[in-house]
Ligand binder design. Structure first.
Ligand code: FE2
Length: 309
């Protein structure tokens, strides 16, 4: 295939799936041994997935800005060097100024401008077997030479594709909170759900237990599981593209299936009233609810794995 054809239809050149992203690595082995809880890094030659590594829009900060969606460009302020404290930037001139002052920049690409990324997002989601409710998106990170990202964990998963420059990642398992539903930066106050679900006190800095260090260069891919502690530092101007997916839980997916089934019954579609009310209104509402609950087994029937799809 000629170069011209590839440029015109880059997503048609190869399948946009986990296998192509992983190059010579076995996605099957990843799915069986790593996914979803263990990190994985591998380094392949950029030529194995040119549809990502050679995208012109990812070759420099300037090029990335040309495809950034409005209102998604942020600079990490130097007090935390992290998304915990960032400012939104509008003009390209301000972004370049912040970058020159050693601030890390993040942005989301406008997917209509770079449609092949939609195919990648969907293909990877399908291969991971994630629920249809999953929110998948791309993020571009431009980090200046010497720029750092402070220790934190995310509530979603990330496949990090290192496009240019070099970035060192330190990662450690999270023994403090399993399956978090919000992100957290070490050394900051926990939000309500973090505090409610904690197994043990949160660390103030990067935990040392189980810590590993990996260096990503152009062509590297890193899988970062949900909740895994990580911090980074860049050498040279680093540009990376993340495929990010939130993690709808069994509780969420089942709740939705149950709701769908209950909504077929007009009585379950009726307004929920009388809540936090005493007196006759509260008593009538409670009796109605108890009657619904008595018959709920019949209404729900057997919910199976198939109902979650
Ligand atoms: Fe992160």
């Amino acid at each position: 295939m000629t170069r011209k054809t590839k440029k015109t239809n880059p997503y048609l050149a190869r399948p946009t799936d986990l296998g192509t992203l992983f190059g010579e690595e076995s996605p099957q082995r990843f799915l069986e041994e790593q996914w979803p809880t263990k990190p994985l890094v591998f380094h392949h030659q950029e030529k194995l997935a040119p549809e990502i590594w050679q995208l012109p829009a990812l070759q420099s900060l300037e090029a990335a800005l040309s495809i950034a969606a409005p209102d998604t460009i942020f600079a990490n302020l130097p007090d935390r060097d992290e998304e915990y404290n960032q400012v939104r930037l509008i003009s390209a001139a301000d972004v370049k100024k912040a970058f020159a002052c050693k601030m890390g920049i993040s942005m989301e690409p406008e997917l209509e401008k770079i449609a092949e990324l939609i195919f990648w997002l969907r293909g990877i989601q399908r291969d991971l077997g994630l629920a249809r409710q999953t929110y998948g998106r791309c993020n571009i990170y431009a980090i200046p030479d010497g720029g750092r990202t402070a220790c934190h964990y995310d509530q979603n998963i990330n496949f990090v594709c290192q496009i240019t420059g070099e970035k060192t990642w330190e990662l450690a398992p999270n023994t403090h909170l399993k399956n978090p539903i919000t992100r957290h930066t070490a050394g900051t106050p926990p939000d309500r759900s973090t505090a409610a679900y904690l197994d043990k006190p949160l660390p103030q800095k990067m935990p040392s237990k189980g810590r590993i260090r990996v260096v990503l260069k152009a062509g590297s891919v890193l899988y970062v599981p949900r909740g895994y502690w990580h911090q980074t530092s860049a050498k040279g101007e680093s540009i990376s593209l993340n495929f990010t997916y939130d993690q709808p839980s069994w509780a969420q997916v089942l709740s939705e299936a149950i709701c769908k089934r209950l909504m077929k019954d007009e009585k379950w579609r009726a307004v929920a009233y009388g809540l936090r009310q005493g007196g006759p209104l509260g008593q009538r509402a409670e009796a109605e609810f108890e009657e619904l609950m008595r018959k709920s087994g019949e209404t729900l029937g057997n919910i199976s794995f198939e109902d979650l799809v």
